[in-house]
Ligand binder design. Structure first.
Ligand code: PLP
Length: 850
């Protein structure tokens, strides 16, 4: 285990000696979720802590006089000492990783991502991808998996939202003052601020580095706002997800090339490089560049040498969601990188293009862009999607890279996303779970009993729900007052908002990006039917909504306006509310308070969706399209699914199913959800509902956690990948390069001869000849395969080789199959073989017997 120790001697302001320990506490972002130090920050400056939830800002803005006072306050010093002791104990404790993989996990995993959503006071994210990266990092810390995360420090995070009186979205871009973010400049041993430089056309760009701490893990952030840079370059990291393609490419170069250089400059020997989404694929390119120079290899030799150490996680379900750069931009920005790699720009482009256009050659004069996801796949040794459904979608999406391969064999694995449970639980549910399963239950291997909540009574669970709902309603009312403060009479507004929502009513939550495929307007499909549900006097439904539309998404904005008009209908006032400016804080309040979480994307377009997982720990139930994670988690009794078990064969985004899906959503609400909530026994307890809460909380919470996700990445990816990488010495890199060239040279010439099928007893014998041209016979493998057909499962048998036929390079391959299956089901095929290669990723050739 590498000991990253406390942050360097970074003391930003004069601190009394007795309080210096506050610096180390304020710079460890664990305060954002563990709540142990809340009282400490609140004592320093209550108002600042409550309005910003930023411990670092509290520490930097509190007056010197107040610090002096507290330095002599025995109670405060005791509180501080207790927190420091707690932090030390936490950071030194024996973790899951130490006990399970102690000897192996020495060097940190490098985890790259464009955005990180850890806390609202570090607003460097826009949505799901960033929140997931934040949850990943927190869970890695809990488990003791050493991770160094690399990202960008944006001067502006994602836009902040308000709605005007017409329901139009207004967008604001507040400035992130980096010195007030809970980060410290990264300094070297001599106290110098660490900088890295990358080359852009005709110039160098200097990058400043910042360091955030998530317990034992680190978050390193690069920032181009260095006064030594040209003014334009200072703005490269100015905003998150710039709409300008060129700036986007600059950002990805800063992140990828700058990030990997930084890790090397710091002497961190990261063996595993995890690319979270294709944006960061240039990190893998930089890794090759560096390895090549160290070992005097060609580009291809170096690519083969490091590839098993790279993992690519794709999060995108649609081709248009992938970054693609036109050749001219690539030529301009990557020309010097290519020269360093001894690679032509066309060769680089070919790594991010469809191999069937120009048959993978580099001489086709194409305008085809460089696809960052394809580049990532060609530089990585393993690839994964983020839910089972997304796995299927991705195998379709990435099929062009594996021409003629059956979809099921396309090497995209799956790790279903999860959420960092301790960041999303409410104080009430934390208390219930602590009593049932003890403290620290979410940090280790999560070996919970099958029914973890059996000691908790129905009454307690129902009281927990009530308090959570009540708190959300209080929060929503306060937010609504603030949202409407521009209106004429503030007192009236406050009074009106105080009457909104009902603490006893079934509360449905919907919060996400407002964009067409997520169908935030599915409930508006039949407005009158919705109005009837909201106005049912005995069994009312109420709705809390939130979500932003991307600034360029006019459809999303139109949906916002529709909801806004609906909310202001006189007959539903106070029953549907919209909380502006959806962010981590709003999300956290909503997932704690709602009874039902609604998600209604168009199938199969939700890659995973994690927001619904956040309600599990709090006893909220999911009512969702059978898509993303819910397609794995759903079973009757844990929640409700719209159109369970659908088939999809084509990827289309047509609204054809919107009507029937909306119908089904209303039917579920009317016939199942609402009755279950209001059907109470004599004690006022809805037994069926509470039964579902128990099932959902107990069965789903541990599995749909980032804790489980990180353990999967660790055990199924990082550790085996490290072993594979160990075996890839530069010599093996050379050997595999030669192997690859030979295969490329001869593959088109491979030719099947005759196929002979004979029945011998109850065995069917298949014999086929294959002309290997000049290829070594060990480098090809002939397989006999059968597709699934009716009751027959898919089958694959490796055929054994004999020969060659005299004077030729033609071999006979044979196998015997004992099934009653018709011989016509079976077809031989030849694929590449090598004991050390990961196939078909590293050579996707395939030839079928026809
Ligand atoms: C969890 C979360 C998301 C991702 O939710 P989806 O289910 O993917 O829509 C987005 N934004 C915030 C603020 C979140 O907390």
């Amino acid at each position: 285990m590498n000991n990253q120790g406390p942050p360097g001697p970074y003391i930003p302001r004069h601190m009394p000696e007795a309080l210096k320990g506050l610096v180390g506490l304020a710079l460890d972002l664990r305060w954002s979720w563990h709540h142990g130090s809340d009282q400490l920050w609140s004592t320093l400056d209550r108002e600042m802590w409550e309005s910003t939830a930023n411990a670092w800002l509290v520490l930097n803005s509190v007056s010197g006089q107040r610090l002096q006072e507290l330095a002599g306050d025995a109670d405060f010093l005791a509180l501080l000492a207790a927190q420091i002791a707690e932090q030390d104990a936490y950071n030194l404790r024996d973790t899951w990783c130490d006990s399970r993989h102690g000897e192996q996990a020495v060097d940190p995993v490098a985890f790259f991502c464009m955005e990180f959503g850890i806390t609202e006071s570090l607003p460097l994210y826009s949505g799901g991808l960033g929140v997931l990266a934040g949850d990943y990092l927190k869970a890695a810390n809990d488990l003791g998996v050493p991770v160094v995360a690399v990202g960008l420090l944006y001067q502006q995070g994602f836009f902040r939202q308000a709605l005007n009186l017409d329901g139009e979205q207004l967008e604001f871009h507040p400035y992130n003052d980096p010195t007030m973010l809970p980060l410290a400049p990264l300094r070297d041993d001599a106290g110098e601020w660490v900088r890295v430089a990358i080359e852009l056309p005709g110039r160098q760009v200097h990058l400043r580095t910042w360091r955030g701490r998530v317990g034992r893990c680190e978050l390193l952030l690069l920032d181009s706002n260095d006064p030594r840079n040209e003014p334009g370059d200072r703005g490269i990291t100015s905003e998150l997800y710039s709409g300008q393609l060129e700036k986007r490419l600059q950002q990805e170069l800063v992140l990828g090339s700058g990030g990997w250089r930084l890790l090397e400059q710091l002497g961190l020997n990261c063996r595993i490089l995890h690319l979270n989404e294709g944006h960061c694929a240039f990190a893998a390119l930089e890794r090759i560049r560096s390895f090549r120079q160290q070992h005097g290899l060609s580009f291809e030799q170096a690519r083969h040498s490091v590839r098993p150490g790279n993992l690519f996680t794709t999060h995108t379900p649609v081709a248009s969601g992938i970054d693609q750069y036109p050749p001219a931009l690539v030529r301009l920005y990557l020309g010097s990188c290519c020269a360093d790699l001894d690679l032509s720009v066309d060769q680089l482009l070919a790594l991010g293009r469809d191999p069937c256009n120009g048959l993978g050659t580099t001489d086709h004069d194409s305008t085809e862009p460089l696809n960052m996801a394809w580049l990532a796949i060609r530089l990585c040794g393993r690839v994964n999607a983020v839910s089972q459904v997304h796995g299927k979608v991705s195998r379709k999406l990435f099929r062009p890279l594996f021409p003629r391969w059956p979809e099921a064999d396309i090497p995209i694995e799956v790790v279903t996303n999860g959420v960092h449970t301790p960041s999303w639980d409410s104080p009430e549910s934390d208390a219930v779970w602590t009593r049932a399963c003890g403290k620290g239950r979410w940090c280790g291997a999560q070996d919970l009993p099958a029914e973890p909540l059996c000691a908790v009574t129905d009454e307690e669970l129902w009281r927990m729900r009530f308090r959570q709902r009540q708190r959300l309603i209080g929060y929503a009312r306060a937010r609504l007052v603030a949202q409407h403060c521009e209106q004429d009479n503030p007192a009236q507004v406050a009074e009106a908002c105080g009457l909104m929502l009902d603490s006893e009513a079934l509360t449905l939550g919907f919060a996400r990006r407002f964009t067409a495929y997520k169908r935030p307007d599915l409930l508006l499909y039949d407005e009158e039917r919705l109005v009837r549900l909201l106005n049912d006097h005995n069994r009312p439904l109420q709705i809390v909504l939130s979500g932003k539309a991307h600034p360029n998404d006019s459809t999303g904005k139109a949906i916002l306006r529709r909801w806004y008009r609906f909310i202001n209908r006189p007959d539903v006032v106070g029953k549907v509310v919209f909380i502006e400016d959806y962010d981590l804080q709003v999300a956290s309040q909503m997932v704690q308070g709602v009874d039902v979480w609604l998600n209604s994307p168009r199938h199969p377009w939700e890659a995973c969706g994690t927001s619904g997982m956040k309600v599990l720990v709090n006893g909220g139930l999911n009512l969702s399209q059978f898509d993303g994670w819910w397609a794995e988690a759903y079973q009757p009794g844990v929640g409700w699914a719209i159109r369970p078990f659908p088939e999809f064969s084509r990827l289309d985004d047509s609204p054809a199913h919107d009507g029937p899906d909306a119908e089904e959503l209303f039917d579920l609400l009317e016939n199942q959800v609402i009755p279950a909530f209001y059907d109470c026994d004599e004690q006022g307890l809805p037994n069926a509902w509470i039964g579902m809460m128990r099932a959902s909380m107990g069965q789903l919470t541990p599995y749909y956690s980032a804790n489980r996700m990180v353990r999967e990445y660790c055990e199924h990816f990082y550790l085996p990948m490290r072993q594979q990488l160990e075996a890839r010495t530069p010599e093996v890199g050379r050997e595999l390069d030669a192997w690859h060239s030979e295969l490329t040279l001869h593959w088109q010439q491979l030719r099947f001869g005759q196929l002979v099928i004979a029945q011998e007893g109850d065995e069917t014998v298949f014999r086929v000849q294959l002309h290997l041209d000049g290829l070594r016979p060990e480098w090809a493998s002939v397989e006999l395969v059968a597709d699934p057909d009716g009751e027959w499962p898919p089958q694959k048998v490796v055929m054994s080789r004999s020969g060659p036929l005299a004077g030729t390079n033609t071999y006979t391959y044979e196998c015997r199959v004992v099934t009653g299956r018709p011989a016509a089901h079976f077809t031989p095929r030849v694929v590449a073989a090598h004991p050390l290669a990961s196939l078909p990723l590293e050579f996707p050739g395939i030839l079928w017997f026809r």
